[in-house]
Design a binder for this molecule. Structure first.
Ligand SMILES: Cc1cc2nc3c(=O)[nH]c(=O)nc-3n(C[C@H](O)[C@H](O)[C@H](O)COP(=O)(O)OP(=O)(O)OC[C@H]3O[C@@H](n4cnc5c(N)ncnc54)[C@H](O)[C@@H]3O)c2cc1C
Length: 391
């Protein structure tokens, strides 16, 4: 007998779908490749706190603990996710890496290294950040220093007193540069082109709350309205060598699916000269980097904060109708073009991915409940019945 629902991935998205299905009375099994829930959060760098406020980062039916700060730490997020899995008694099979999933006759065949599961509904919650994006440059193999991706960075201790180039002015790059400063390293950060920067809070209000309000407006209008406010909050960034994007933060998210830098202190450190801004990397030398403007500088280490790719096409077969040209999910949060297949957690939202994951999980489980005929068995789609998570 096929399972009603198999969910791949026990990160926030997989857990949220599992909890919503549990509430709807649909039994679901979660397959997780590692030995723990919230695996990505176990690996993230130590200093990480949510950039989004806890009220808008919690999953369906469970709040962060009241004693958690507004921006919970990495460990508090891990505690919350573990408590979430326990609270909803989710059936999670750890150490089950899905190596192939394909549509069969009326159900999905999901293969792990040692099991085959048949599922009427398959939810892929394997993460927008599944694989590090690792660009390479001419001369890189001759570089005598260390090169590592941000996903392998834990803290700045090994870099104390060293010259470190952070490639990428996203949220990981910006925060790792702060961490390096705080550990006595000499960080520089590559800013290849125009950027959008927003503070984590605007006059005490979380930027997510502001973005939510703004998302009712057309992106260009929202950006026009916020421009003078952002300038007031962050000062003139062009003096720091940071050129403002032709399109603002909301238009950037809509068009490119890329979150602007949510500033948690990087700008102040650039202003005070403790983080240097550099142009794009053209090539490596044995002891440093040549930049696109022809200048050359020595570095002991280079950290690639160059993002990730979802790479579901690495194990999902016979489902190209549900993928875009790059092999990434073409949609997220609803049934795809292929019956019984759903993606959760692949939409970048101005209001934060965790919030969006919760919304997608509710929609997906409602669709699965309809498909399995479980509607009305125990569904509770409102805020009532919330519990308090850990943290
Ligand atoms: C550094 C960083 C900070 C972030 N901060 C925030 C923030 O402050 N606020 C916010 O809203 N969002 C934030 N995000 C974005 C997003 O909310 C998180 O990445 C979140 O963990 C996404 O949840 P997920 O379940 O979709 O993916 P993940 O947490 O990546 O979970 C996916 C799970 O699937 C498993 N898996 C993958 N492939 C397979 C397979 N083939 N078989 C079995 N299991 C598999 C993985 O092991 C993992 O456990 C941040 C992201 C990063 C990288």
């Amino acid at each position: 007998m096929p399972y009603d629902a198999v969910i791949v991935g026990a990160g926030p998205a997989g857990l949220a779908v599992g909890a919503c299905l549990a509430r709807a009375g649909v039994p679901a099994t979660i397959l997780e490749q590692t030995g723990q829930v919230g695996a990505a959060w176990h690996r993230h760098y130590t200093r990480l706190h949510l950039h989004t406020d806890k009220a808008r980062s919690q999953l369906p039916f469970a709040d962060f603990a009241a004693e958690c700060p507004r921006y919970p730490s990495r460990q508090q997020v891990i505690d919350y996710l573990q408590a979430y899995a326990r609270t909803f008694r989710l059936d999670i099979r750890l150490g089950q890496q899905v190596v192939a999933a394909r549509p069969g006759d009326g159900s999905w065949e999901v293969r792990t290294r040692d099991q085959i599961y048949q599922a009427r509904n398959l939810v892929l919650a394997t993460g927008y950040n599944r694989e590090p994006n690792l660009p390479t440059w001419p001369g890189q193999s001759a570089f005598r220093g260390t090169v590592l991706h941000s996903s392998d960075y834990r803290d700045g201790e090994p870099f104390r007193g060293r010259r470190v180039l952070v490639v990428g002015f996203g949220n990981s790059g910006g925060e790792i540069a702060i961490d390096l400063c705080q550990h006595g390293a000499e960080p520089s950060i590559v800013v290849r082109g125009p950027v959008n920067v927003v503070p984590r809070e605007l006059f005490g209000i979380p930027i997510q709350a502001v973005s939510l309000l703004q998302s009712r407006l057309p992106p260009r209008v929202a950006d026009l309205v916020s421009r003078p406010v952002l300038r007031l909050a962050l000062g003139d960034l062009s003096r720091l060598g940071l050129e403002r994007g032709a399109e603002g933060p909301m238009a950037q998210i809509r068009r490119l699916g890329r979150i602007p830098l949510i500033d948690v202190g990087t700008i102040e450190l650039i202003r005070s000269g403790r983080i240097a801004v550099c142009p794009g990397v053209a090539s490596f030398t044995a002891d440093g980097v040549v930049f696109t403007d022809g200048t050359q500088r020595p570095f002991d280490a280079v950290i690639l904060a160059t993002g990730y790719r979802p790479r579901v096409d690495a194990f999902l077969h016979g489902a190209s109708a549900a993928l875009d040209r790059d092999g990434a999910p073409a949609s997220s949060g609803s049934e795809t073009a292929i019956p019984g297949l759903y993606f959760c957690g692949f939409r970048v939202s101005p209001a934060g991915m965790l919030r969006e994951i919760g919304r997608e999980a509710r929609r997906i489980s409602a669709a699965i409940a309809r498909r399995t005929g479980a509607v009305g068995k125990g569904g509770n789609w409102g805020r009532e019945g919330r519990t308090t998570g850990a943290g």
